[in-house]
Design a protein around this ligand. Structure first.
Ligand SMILES: [Zn+2]
Length: 555
């Protein structure tokens, strides 16, 4: 069986996927007889630079060239060049192994002989051209100053800036083309075309994995497919690709996300054990972990990860809600911080364990309420007696302003509370209205449900010791909810006044002012703004917290 990578190597400019801008320019040059003597093909490896040079040689020498400049691909000349038999027309040199001045002199002498036969073009392809010495470039410059006719030089390089440093004068004599990276989408599409043409079956996930492993190289993609096909029979599955390529199973990344999200530090060791036992490349694992977190971040910000298998997408979507974007940014920052260590470590296993432990033990954005509540906790009393916030609540966020690292946990209960207990005062409508956001915040700490319901209320009036609370929306469920907790609310209000109070609930004043009020307060932002306002009303504690912990208020 002929290798797919070889069989499907482009025979025409039109076959050069992604590099359409290069193909069009070269085709046009051939058609109009304006082919340059020297070209610089710059771009990442595996994107078709030498292939394009070979197609150019085919086009220049084709016996039945199309008017558009495309080689026919089937004439004797085309076939000879395509199969590599015509080494007189196409000379490929690898600068990485031929970099001395002698080789350049040799090249110069050979170039003088020009083409192999009457009327034929000779194309020299110098691969890894950035490896050529300055002396070699000087010799080549002499050739390009007075180029023999029908000789074309193509310099291919992954690092054009190095040529600019060592051989700037030569660049002005070369026509430069920048080859684009071939994205996983383009590779996937091409692999599917080839599979269809070969009448072979493959899972989408398997093709995705191959495209990803090809890392922007089309030829690599086809070589990997060859390898996988030679490994077994029947349809190509993701499992088979993983086995052939020795890829790290997806569930390892799932376990990683779990242990980070749940801060399950002790799970770090079994994960690394499993990788080491399976002989996995830990560097590849770290790269995969970084990619996975990046995908989580992308999903968290409303994007869609590209070139990922469906299985991974499902995993990532599951954990995106548990790992908010600011947290993931910090996780990735830790990774980049440890990059040198990971690259140079003599004990990779320990370094990877350290990375995972830092991830698993890293503090998260601290809910402001947690800090306030802990500060409010009196000595001897257990902290955190308030109910946990509901999942849907968007917590206000504090972080350490100096280092950007997460806020330390609230001070221990042994520290005297920075907040004085609520000051009792006279019962007046104005005072109640001022205190209302704070009371709502107290209610929220007691019951998130009550807190949420009170967001859509206001103080309507006062009749003796009876406080009238008006509901700003007409939802009967809201009214019932507050009604049920009237006594609890009375106690909360009572903390601020000298005499006991009763609560009376008023229905929404029909029509007039309810809707605008509701629209501003019912939105998540409005509610959050109110809550923050309420928290700021507790200034002594919040400011003390900010000062003591050197925190930055993000919202
Ligand atoms: Zn031809």
């Amino acid at each position: 069986m002929i290798a797919l990578a070889r069989k499907y190597r482009p025979k025409r400019f039109a076959d050069l996927i992604v590099q359409t801008h290069v193909a069009a320019a070269l085709r046009g040059a051939v058609a109009s007889g304006r082919v340059a003597h020297g070209y610089l093909f710059a771009g990442p490896r595996g994107v078709g630079k030498t292939t394009a040079a070979r197609v150019l040689a085919m086009a220049l020498n084709c016996e039945r060239r199309e008017p558009s400049g495309e080689p026919c691909g089937v004439c004797e000349s085309c076939v000879r060049i395509w199969t590599g038999a015509a080494n007189l027309d196409v000379v490929e040199l690898d600068a990485a192994s031929n970099r001395g001045v002698d080789d350049a002199r040799d090249l110069r002498e050979r170039a003088m002989y020009a083409a192999s036969a009457e009327g034929r073009y000779k194309v020299y392809i110098v691969d890894e051209a950035h490896m050529l010495t300055r002396e070699a470039w000087n010799a080549l410059l002499k050739i390009l100053e007075e180029p023999p006719s029908r000789v074309v030089f193509v310099f291919a390089t992954t690092e054009p800036q190095k040529i600019a440093q060592s051989a700037a004068p030569i660049l002005s004599r070369l026509q430069r083309f920048d080859f684009r990276r071939i994205g996983p989408h383009a590779i996937t599409d091409r692999l599917k075309q080839v599979l269809a043409a070969e009448d072979l079956a493959a899972d989408d996930d398997a093709v995705q994995l191959i495209a990803k492993s090809a890392d922007g190289g089309m030829r690599d993609g086809l070589s990997i497919l060859d390898q996988v096909l030679s490994f077994g029979e029947g349809p190509v599955t993701a499992q088979r690709v993983r086995e052939v390529l020795g890829l790290i199973p997806e569930d390892v990344y799932g376990e990683l996300l779990r242990l980070v999200a749940e801060r399950d530090a002790k799970a770090v060791f079994p994960v690394v054990d499993r990788l080491v036992d399976a002989g996995a490349d830990l560097g590849e694992f770290v790269a995969g972990a970084g990619e996975t977190l990046r995908a989580v971040l992308l999903v968290g910000l409303g994007g869609k990860p590209e070139g990922t298998t469906e299985g991974m997408v499902a995993l990532i979507e599951r954990y995106a809600s548990l790992l908010p974007a600011p947290d993931v940014v910090r996780l990735l920052a830790v990774l980049s911080e440890m990059e040198t260590q990971l690259r140079t470590s003599g004990n990779m296993r320990l370094t990877v364990e350290l990375l995972l432990l830092r991830w698993a033990m890293m503090g998260r954005t601290v809910e402001l309420e947690t800090v306030i509540r802990a500060l409010n906790t009196e000595p001897g009393k257990k902290p955190g007696t308030g109910e946990m916030l509901g999942k849907g609540d968007a917590p206000a966020v504090l972080r350490d302003a100096a280092t950007g690292s997460p806020a330390p946990l609230p001070p221990s209960p042994a520290v005297p509370p920075a907040v004085p207990p609520p000051e009792k005062g006279p019962l007046t409508v104005d005072r109640l209205r001022d205190l209302w956001p704070r009371i709502i915040e107290d209610a929220r700490a007691k019951s998130p449900m009550l807190g949420a319901l009170l967001q859509v209320t206001e103080i309507a009036g006062l009749d003796g010791s009876t406080v009238s609370v008006r509901l700003l929306d007409t939802n009967p469920v809201h009214a019932e909810g507050i009604e049920r907790q009237r006594d609890a609310l009375a106690l909360l209000v009572g903390r601020y006044v000298t005499a006991p109070v009763r609560i009376k609930l008023q229905a929404a004043a029909s029509g007039e002012r309810a809707p605008p009020q509701r629209s501003s307060r019912m939105t998540e932002e409005g509610a959050r703004a109110d809550r923050l306002k309420a928290l700021r009303a507790k200034d002594p504690s919040l400011n003390a917290a900010i000062d003591a912990l050197d925190l930055e208020l993000l919202e």
